[in-house]
Write a protein that binds this ligand. Structure first.
Ligand code: HEC
Ligand code: HEC
Length: 204
């Protein structure tokens, strides 16, 4: 790791963190989207839509995994129209709304800080869970100690990375496979990994 990289990191993080507040704020929260759009069918259970609050129905659907549910909602499934019939809905908003419905409102958004049931810090989350793949680079996961692997990914900004962690990215499962994680939890974990990778020093 060269000194140059540290400067690059510090500068990028500063810029990206500042930019983050704006772009994230424009996108609606899971609750907002669910209450405005999804309720049309998901309250009455129209055409077999799983009802909000129906634990059994959502447990059944979420067996497929959050990534698959997101795919269905984007592409449409049965009588569920693609993108819930709202082309202006971003994938991130859709994914948040799904997490909101699947977790009965527990997975909220960065605007409303939320302590996950475990109340883990980014570091604890990474050490207990993300390391399963990000320690050894399983399935091509960028390693925690490898800033060179993270650097090109940072081109999409911190927001881009946080989005990937929320919605899934290739072999990386949506919400790292844990539906109960809030957007804030994922942001904390991603930030921790990036900072770790930039400041990692091998032990002699
Ligand atoms: C016009 C009615 C309608 C609207 C609006 C709607 N849904 Fe659905 N949704 C359905 C129906 C019907 C199903 C059941 C489809 C099936 O399994 O055949 C469904 C199923 C789903 C599933 C389960 C998919 C699966 O693979 O099991 C998810 C996730 C979902 N909807 C998300 C959403 C979200 C998020 C919104 C709001 C942004 C939304 N829906 C709005 C009708 C709707
Ligand atoms: C089951 C294995 C697995 C777990 C667990 C996992 N990841 Fe990943 N992650 C991957 C893989 C594989 C990739 C590389 C995917 C790709 O090619 O972009 C990746 C890539 C990423 C990326 C970069 C995405 C991009 O846009 O370039 C981020 C950010 C990320 N993971 C965050 C996390 C966080 C945070 C956790 C823990 C909460 C976590 N991951 C847990 C497998 C995993």
């Amino acid at each position: 790791m060269q000194v140059r990289d540290h400067w690059f990191m510090a500068a990028s993080l500063a810029v990206l963190t500042l930019g983050a507040a704006n772009t994230m704020a424009e996108e609606r929260t899971g609750r907002e989207v669910a209450e405005k759009i999804c309720v049309t069918c998901h309250v009455s259970g129209k055409d077999g839509a799983p009802k909000i609050g129906d634990v059994a129905a959502w447990t059944q659907h979420s067996k497929k995994g959050l990534a698959k549910l997101t795919e269905s909602a984007i592409a449409g499934i049965g009588k569920m129209p693609a993108h819930a019939g709202q082309p202006d809905l971003s994938d991130l908003e859709l994914s948040r709304a799904i997490a909101f419905m699947v977790s009965f409102g527990k997975a909220v958004d960065p605007k409303k800080p939320y302590a996950s049931p475990s109340s883990m810090t980014g570091e604890q989350l990474v050490q207990s869970h993300c390391v399963n793949c990000h320690e050894d680079g399983k399935a091509g996961a960028p390693r925690i100690d490898d800033f060179t692997a993270w650097k090109p990914r940072l081109q999409n900004g911190m927001n881009g990375l946080v989005r990937s962690a929320i919605s899934g990215h290739k072999a990386m499962p949506a919400r790292a496979g844990m539906a109960q994680l809030s957007d804030t939890d994922l942001r904390n974990a991603v930030t921790y990994m990036i900072v770790q990778s930039a400041t990692y020093k091998p032990r002699n």
